[in-house]
Design a protein around this ligand. Structure first.
Ligand code: ZN
Length: 160
């Protein structure tokens, strides 16, 4: 069975950046399952999976525009540490939700210098080329319920 719209695909993957550092991997875990055509995974990877079948292995380099987006310098801001009133200790790597011009925004603390905290509203993988190594393990038809929900139920998917 080939990967196409309304099919559920399970696959193992290793994601590395351009320096070869492993950013994420399904090794030692259940394969990831997604509903093809529903935007569950980054567009560049979804496009590379289309038309393949169980047992296929391949590598694909996904550009930022087809991955987690380009890095917007305007989403990097410096704020006084007093803005974090109520937080015992602000540390690099902490994530907060902040009110932005277009609604709530997830920001990550990327630097602290004295009383000044640098926060970044970009996705942590924004601006990066995503190098995927993929092994397709299963392709099946989605159930009607999965198609209506827009995601996979059961192993590797949403439990509810
Ligand atoms: Zn559901």
């Amino acid at each position: 069975m080939l990967i196409a719209e309304r099919r559920v695909v399970s696959f193992h993957y290793t994601l590395t950046d351009d320096s070869g550092e492993v950013l994420d991997s399904s090794a030692g875990r259940e394969p990831l399952a997604y509903l093809h055509g529903a935007g569950n995974i980054v567009p560049g990877l979804e496009a590379a999976l289309a038309g393949r079948q169980a047992g296929d292995t391949f590598k694909v380099a996904v550009a930022p525009e087809e991955g987690y987006g380009v890095h917007h310098e305007g989403l990097v801001q410096q704020v006084p540490i007093s803005a974090f009133g109520g937080v015992d200790q602000v540390e690099v790597g902490m994530e907060f939700h902040a009110q932005g011009p277009q609604g709530m925004l997830a920001v990550t603390v990327t630097g602290i210098e004295g009383e000044t905290v640098t926060i970044d509203g970009n996705h942590p993988l924004a601006g990066k080329t995503l190098n995927f190594e993929v092994e397709v393990t299963q392709v099946r038809d989605a159930t009607l319920e999965e198609t209506l929900h827009g995601h996979v139920h059961g192993a590797g998917g949403v439990e509810h």
